[in-house]
Write a protein that binds this ligand. Sequence first.
Ligand code: AGP
Length: 616
Amino acid sequence: MCGIAGYLGFRKAYPIVINGLQRLEYRGYDSAGVVLVDGNEMSLYKTKGKVSDLKKIMKQNNVEGNLALGHTRWATHGVPNDENSHPHLSNSGNLVIVHNGIIENYDTIKKELITRGYTFKSDTDTEVLINLIEEVKIKNNCKLGYAVQMALTSVVGAYAIAVFDISKPNEIIVAKLGSPIAIGIGENNSEFFVASDASPFIEYTRNAIYLEDEEMAIIKLGEEIRIRKIQDNAEVVPEIQQLKLNLEQIEKGGYDHFMLKEIHEQPQSIVDAYRGRLLASTGMIKMGSVDNNISRFLNANRIVIVACGTSWHAGLVAEYLFEDLARIPVEVEYASEFRYRNPIINKDDIVIAISQSGETADTLAAVKLAKSKGAFVFGVCNVVGSSIARETDTGAYTHAGPEIGVASTKAFTTQITVLALIALKLGNLKGELSNSMYNHYIQEMSLIPAKVEEVLKMDKEIEKIAAIYKDAPNCLYLGRGFNFPVALEGALKLKEISYIHAEGYPAAEMKHGPIALIDEHMPVIVIATKKGHYDKVVSNIQEIKARNGKIIAIVTKGDTIVREIADHVIEIPETEEAFTPLLSTIPLQLLSYYIAVMRGCNVDQPRNLAKSVTVE
Ligand code: AGP
């Protein structure tokens, strides 16, 4: 995610803001920038790359000033480069903004501003926002706070912004919807800090306000902070908190590990993955990269998916989605095998490359091979501007935000979310999915984040189960249909962070060998959701119990049958079977996390593993 660090007060702003940006590096970013104001002198520095690169640029200059806004950018609109880095200025050069989030309707606003004479240097949604604010300010000859408020009422999306007017360098306007922003308050309002979390200012003050959604703050040196509701300007009484967290706890959002933080981010990251794409109010799915190539998708003979690891498991889920919902044949390939197998690629094939990092060497090579054979290649990546994203013909970003833990969690669920949207859209356009069913799936998808939240509430219950099985030498994971890939993914999670050997199988495969492994020492995690070949899975569970296997069952809420047979039952809310992977994977992520923690493993950086396998 982007990081914001700002300062207004009696100290030199530069060291506070630069150190603040370095504290926010854990959020993941691809460029950085700072604007400094000394009296009415403003200097702006920004660059693709790291904060260390920014410091090199600034070192040669006199970096005075008691007002500064700094930003680390995680690209969402516009590739990482100097021009797209923040801060951004309005056309007049008087207004300055830093922004974390996504303005969904920026393109429409940009086109309107261009017709009214505004020009743009960057490809960002943020530069559009600062010029919209400027237009409102000029048109109404009003204060900056009012201009920000008016502009935000016509914006759709998520934002945490800090804005100032160079002609009033003792004031900062802050606003929030969807993205976090904290305001540190110094003694007697003699200084203020604005940041994405408290890590940039925790050593200066522990008095902080966390803005709520649809709130804005007017910060003026020497005055009490004023907070308003953006929609109706209603006054909000500031709730100043006394921060207790230390630096490391702040970076992990109060969680013990990045992996646990990212598991709990999934309700939000799924929203971000479908934001602007799933239009539940109108029962539509919009995705430019698919809409602009819709004939290719509708006439595709088959879809070949290339990926590695967890992304390969997301590809397997996508196989069930595309074949069940859109009746398009799908083949899912390990990228490492595909690239060396001299595969047959036909011109009507669509190749989908799935990669969180967008840098996995085998997947990148598979993409290049597919393109060399004339295929149309579509990317599903998380990192904007990554090698795979740039190599593909087009694609859709998952917008999961940076995934710091080596074990993929929110990447998996956001990949499935994006691929499900595509499968649903194609299914309806091909006439395989009636309008009423299409709308039903769209409405159900909009309920998934809340259902994920419900599963996450079983965190402590799952921790108790983990304590029972943390010393198991081996583990089996079983699933059928949409949940067979989830069984594979659950096994991978356990393997890679707890170092327990685990295998995932289609549940029916037990009889073809693995059942020989079953005894009282073998925990078997079985996904037994109500609509997923339920009776067959119950039989598989009974076969295992007959051989003294220990069963941990993931069941649909209200299940009464499996509860009577299994040793442990974890309930997930009911949903369409096609969407159950988005819910059934959550307990498996938590189970592997707690087992790994109890075994003293390095959960965020497991041994032998890298976050992105950029070598063969
Ligand atoms: C999964 O938890 C691992 N981190 C690993 O299998 C990963 O999914 C694989 O290396 C692919 O990475 P990518 O999605 O960045 O291409």
